[in-house]
Design a protein around this ligand. Sequence first.
Ligand code: GRF
Length: 203
Amino acid sequence: MKNIAVLASGSGSNLQAIMEAVERGDIRGGRVSLVISDRKNAYALERARGKGIPALHFSALKYSSREEYDRALVTYLEKRQIDLVVLAGFMRLLTPYFVLCFHQRILNIHPALLPSFPGVRGVEDALNYGVKVTGCTVHFVDEGMDTGPIILQEAVPVYDNDTTETLHQRIHAVEHRLYPRAIHLVLNDKVTIKGRRCIIDED
Ligand code: GRF
């Protein structure tokens, strides 16, 4: 059974979907063993505690640099024997040190069809650009901002009367299905990275 750590800064609806997918048996071979947030009041921490999963506020205030923070985080994750790091709305860019330590073992979900609209305003940027179709992307994390190899993507249509909120709501609904699926595939060695491409061996 592999240990998953979920890193989240906000509401944690993706975390909730992942925990429920583990309970349903849709994610096999792994369990959420730890949830970490850089924000003390992140609702994600409460969601984890509600399921009896250790949840920790890892404050950046104690560290003088991003690298120092990441070093402490890596030490902690290694002590807890974490196999897979899942970013679910974690609002910190990981340092190359962290990425190297968990090489090809970090996943992220982004609320747009990468490589379009990377960064923290993916939903708003897509809407303002005027695209008719956007979506969400699950990808491996590399040193860049939303640049790692893409595991799964799904499109979401943009409607004329959409606001950032309504559009994000529909993207969220897709994320809650797509992220657990991607995690299951990675945990069960169904994803092979070839250059920038992820080849999926569906089960
Ligand atoms: C999601 O839309 C995800 O794509 C982005 O941050 C949001 C997190 O939402 N990276 P939640 O905290 O899981 O509800």
